[in-house]
Unconditional design. Structure first.
Length: 158
């Protein structure tokens, strides 16, 4: 069971997101329901650690067994979601992922994967492009440039 609940027009979410970086770009995704880019990840299940949740979500969405390099951020957000129009209170843990040896980097740009009833389109968005894209989370548009190892973590391990 996801740690998420709705009360009237409000929704609480406990989420995890994967930060996957390669050569000055971040892996982002979108689907047929969402007019914006977002990060791979999802809700934490009751009784599941955040670490296990992010590894599960990456496996489900990308079909790879990645490793966690380290946690990066804990973010508390309040927003109105464009898809379901609910007012969200969301806690999200962001993890920097190591995808070396998974074959993900060989998939190129603009690849599509299917999960259940949804089609996920993945793109490598250059950091400089984030400020002009319809992209969530908003704080990442600036924080990505403060990550010291953002250019070398994955490319060194290939």
């Amino acid at each position: 069971m996801d740690i998420s609940f709705v009360f009237d027009s409000d929704k609480f979410n406990y989420r995890v997101c994967a930060i996957i970086i390669n050569d000055g770009s971040i892996l982002a995704m979108h689907d047929e329901r969402s007019p914006y880019y977002y990060l791979p990840g999802g809700r934490v299940h009751m009784g599941e650690t955040a670490e296990d949740a992010v590894l599960r979500e990456v496996r489900e969405e990308l079909g790879i067994d990645a490793e966690i390099a380290r946690p990066l951020w804990l973010s508390q957000s309040f927003f109105n979601e464009d898809v379901d129009h609910l007012n969200y209170h969301e806690l999200c843990l962001y993890f920097l992922m190591d995808v070396g040896g998974t074959g993900l980097l060989k998939m190129g740009d603009g690849f599509t994967l299917y999960e259940g009833k949804h089609t996920h389109v993945f793109e490598w968005l250059p950091f400089e492009r984030l400020k002009n894209e319809y992209f969530y989370p908003l704080f990442l548009k600036e924080e990505i440039f403060r990550l010291p190892e953002h250019l070398t973590l994955i490319t060194e391990k290939q």
